[in-house]
Design a protein around this ligand. Structure first.
Ligand SMILES: NC(=O)c1ccc[n+]([C@@H]2O[C@H](COP(=O)([O-])OP(=O)(O)OC[C@H]3O[C@@H](n4cnc5c(N)ncnc54)[C@H](OP(=O)(O)O)[C@@H]3O)[C@@H](O)[C@H]2O)c1
Length: 289
C-alpha cells in the first residue's frame, strides 16, 4: 500500500493510505493545504516523479519526498557523520585529518622555518575548534623543533587532544612545550624512559624506518581506541602520509601572502576537492580521500 503524510514545519496536517479503489488525488482533494507543506509518500503511486510533482503543485504542496530516496540520503549522511567510527573499524587505525596553511605561491614556511603568519585570526580560531573535535594531535619533528607549538584548545572551549610525538632516538629537546606535561602526551621512541605524569613513552620497533614507525604507531593508537588524529604539519610528515594513503580528510587554508621561496606545501590530488569556502581573508579547501 501507499501511505502518505502532509506536514507543515514538521507537524502532520493530513495523512492517509491508498487502497485499490482510491487515488492519491481523491484523497488530497478532501483537504486544503497551507503554504510550505510537504508531501511524504513511502513510494510513488503515479507513473513517474513529474506526475507526482504536478499533483502536489495542484494542491499548493511545496515539496515531495519519497521514503526510498530519503532512506538512501540518510544512509549517506549517517556514513558521513560517523566516518571516524567506520574508518577506525574498517582500516584498524584512527581517522586522519590533515591540516595546513599555504601561501598563494605554495609554501608552508620560509626557508628559515618561520611560518608566521600565513592564515588569519579566524582560520586559527577554527583550527582550535577542530583540535577539540579529534582525540589526538600530531606534528612532525621539525615542527616541534622550530615552531615549538602549544597544541591545545586555548582559543575555543573543549578538551585538549592527546599530543603524539614520534622521536625514535630522542633527539628533540626536552624543554619543548610538547614535553611540559600540561597536556596528555604520548611519545613513541626506541628506548622509552620511565613515564611521567601526563607524559607516556611507548617503545617503537628497533631500527625501524619512518614507514614502520608510523605503521606501528597507527596500529598502537587503534589498540588504544584513539578514533581520530589531527595532523597539523609540517610538509615532510603530511607529504609522507598522503603518499602512503594514511589520511581521510585534508583541510587546506590558502592565503594571499607570498613567501617567494621556502618549504613547499604538500601536493594533493585536486580531483579529491569536495568543498571550498571563505574564512575571512583565507580560502579553505576540503578534500576527502
Ligand atoms: N603552514 C603550515 O600549516 C605549517 C604547519 C606545520 C609546520 N609548518 C612549518 O613547516 C616546517 C617544518 O616542516 P618540515 O617538512 O621541515 O618538517 P616536519 O614534517 O614537521 O618534520 C620533518 C622531520 O621529521 C622527521 N621525518 C623524516 N622523515 C619523516 C617521515 N617520513 N615521517 C615523519 N617524520 C619524518 C625528520 O626528523 P629528523 O630530522 O629528526 O630525523 C624530519 O626532519 C616548519 O618551518 C613549520 O613552521 C607549517
Amino acid at each position: 500500500m501507499v501511505g502518505w503524510v502532509v506536514t507543515v514545519k514538521g507537524q502532520i496536517q493530513a495523512e492517509g493510505w491508498l487502497d485499490l479503489e482510491t487515488s492519491l488525488e481523491d484523497q488530497l482533494a478532501n483537504t486544503t493545504f497551507s503554504a510550505n507543506s510537504v508531501l511524504f509518500v513511502n513510494t510513488n503511486p503515479l507513473e513517474n516523479i513529474e506526475q507526482l510533482h504536478q499533483l502536489a503543485n495542484q494542491y499548493q504542496i511545496q515539496d515531495v519526498q519519497i521514503a526510498k530516496d530519503i532512506h538512501e540520503k540518510l544512509q549517506l549522511e549517517e556514513a558521513f557523520l560517523n566516518r571516524r567510527h567506520y574508518t577506525f573499524h574498517r582500516e584498524k587505525r584512527p581517522y586522519i585529518v590533515l591540516k595546513w596553511a599555504q601561501t598563494v605561491d605554495g609554501f608552508v614556511a620560509r626557508s628559515n622555518y618561520d611560518s608566521k603568519w600565513i592564515s588569519g585570526i579566524h582560520a586559527r580560531k577554527l583550527v582550535h575548534q577542530w583540535r577539540s573535535q579529534e582525540m589526538a594531535i600530531w606534528v612532525g619533528k621539525n615542527t616541534y623543533r622550530y615552531d615549538n607549538p602549544q597544541l591545545n584548545v586555548r582559543d575555543w572551549s573543549g578538551k585538549n587532544p592527546m599530543q603524539i610525538v614520534i622521536d625514535p632516538e630522542q633527539t628533540l629537546d626536552k624543554q619543548l612545550n610538547v614535553f611540559d606535561q600540561t597536556q596528555p602526551t604520548l611519545c613513541y621512541t626506541q628506548h622509552p624512559p620511565e613515564d611521567l605524569p601526563n607524559l607516556e613513552f611507548t617503545a617503537l620497533p628497533q631500527e625501524a624506518d619512518w614507514y614502520s614507525c608510523i605503521s606501528y604507531m597507527l596500529h598502537n593508537l587503534h589498540h588504544r581506541e584513539v578514533a581520530s588524529v589531527f595532523v597539523e604539519g609540517g610538509a615532510q610528515l603530511l607529504s609522507f602520509l598522503i603518499q602512503h594513503g594514511w589520511w581521510d580528510e585534508a583541510r587546506v587554508f590558502s592565503s594571499e601572502t607570498k613567501f617567494g621561496e621556502g618549504i613547499a606545501a604538500p601536493v594533493i590530488d585536486e580531483k579529491l576537492l569536495a568543498e571550498e569556502k571563505t574564512v575571512s581573508d583565507d580560502k579553505l579547501s576540503i578534500y576527502y580521500r
